[in-house]
Design a protein around this ligand. Sequence first.
Ligand SMILES: [Zn+2]
Length: 262
Amino acid sequence: MLEAIRNWKQRRVLAQAAIPEPLWREALEWLPFLAIYTDAELARLRERVVLFLSQKSIVAARDFEVTPLMRVTIAIQACVLILNLDPRYYDGWENVIVYPDEFMTELEYEDEVGVVHRRHEPLAGEAMPRGPVILSWPDVEASADWSTAGMNLVIHEFAHKLDMRSGEANGCPPLPAEMPPRSWQKAMNAAFDHFRGRIEKGEETAIDPYAAESPAEFFAVLSEVFFADPTLLLHEYPKIYELFSWFYKQDPASRTELLLEE
Ligand SMILES: [Zn+2]
């Protein structure tokens, strides 16, 4: 019964809150990595975006103004991760807050002897457990084109959001029953140690070295690569590519192959 009501509500939102075609087209042009998506995938993505926008508020911080194009481009990138997942994975929080620039945050951390330090640090993005996702618009804009930026801020923060479904981000999001967390952690830890070793040796990597920061950042950065430059992840860490294909229920590298055959 509840499922039937939910489906009915979804159909009503989809019928009433459609995204105008020119706005949708403009947003897609903004995100070149979507060029290889099939029409069927884009249609499903569009539905997910409409539902996302009906459930979340994308609001401006200070006197900034969030335009319809900004809202749609942010929502598209957020929904790329859950294209084939249960949209309820983003339940439990409401707002995306967009800043006109990098924002300051109070970071609190405890050192080895138990002293708590506070640090003021400008950030481009932040995801809070059960709280908002915060984004600096210029950084969203700069990272929309993977080929020039080599990073994607929105995908990064929303990967943290999936990870945070079980509390603090730790690089191991809640997994479907058929995948024991131990198998996930074993594969991720091995790849993380390997990547950190490369960074410590001073190797220049195509994958953002920020991934070596912690298992949580490794998961978020590699999720960016998985969606925006899937063949890079497939070549560098095939086991992680396989794990993510299973987790996200997508095989984005196969889209690239189709493109090469054309
Ligand atoms: Zn992060």
